[in-house]
Design a protein around this ligand. Structure first.
Ligand SMILES: [Zn+2]
Length: 155
């Protein structure tokens, strides 16, 4: 198997992918992962959570964006004209912890553009995504949503 740069995956790549899969499938918290890493990193040849995320981002070409946001139900994202505020303009909750620079809450965002690009770079998913383009829309047989009257009324 290769990653999207057509370079073969290394043993370390496979290890990182498997660890990331464990994280995702088990809903393991970052705090728990870091505790396991601190206790067993040498025996299990584990990388830090930060290193795992960095490697997955590198392999997938999908970079996570992190934004400071209001701790109270995320009513404000501290970007653009709100970036320099020390408190939420809506609920007045503070932006930072008592150290004055660590945000109380962050929002993690995976941009859709790179995610779609990666899907089209994968041969299997690229073929699946082209399904609609291969259909005979004038077919007399109705065997999926694209042959229905409602879909045709939208064209
Ligand atoms: Zn707020």
């Amino acid at each position: 198997m290769c990653h999207i740069d057509n370079q073969p995956l290394s043993d370390v790549d496979y290890q990182q992918i498997k660890m990331f899969n464990v994280l995702i499938c088990s809903n393991l918290s970052g705090k728990t992962y870091n505790l396991i890493w601190a206790c067993f990193s040498q025996e299990l040849q584990m990388n830090s959570l930060y290193q795992v995320h960095l490697q997955i981002a590198k392999l997938s070409h999908v970079i996570e964006h992190t934004y400071d946001c209001c701790v109270n139900s995320s009513c404000c994202c501290f970007i653009a004209c709100f970036a320099s505020l020390n408190a939420c303009p809506y609920c007045k909750e503070p932006h930072y912890k008592s150290d004055g620079w660590t945000p109380l809450q962050t929002f993690h965002y995976l941009p859709i553009g790179p995610r779609l690009k990666v899907l089209y770079l994968n041969d299997k998913f690229s073929e699946l995504l082209q399904y609609h383009g291969t259909l005979d829309l004038d077919s007399a047989t109705i065997d999926n949503v694209f042959h229905g009257d409602h879909y045709h009324s939208l064209l």
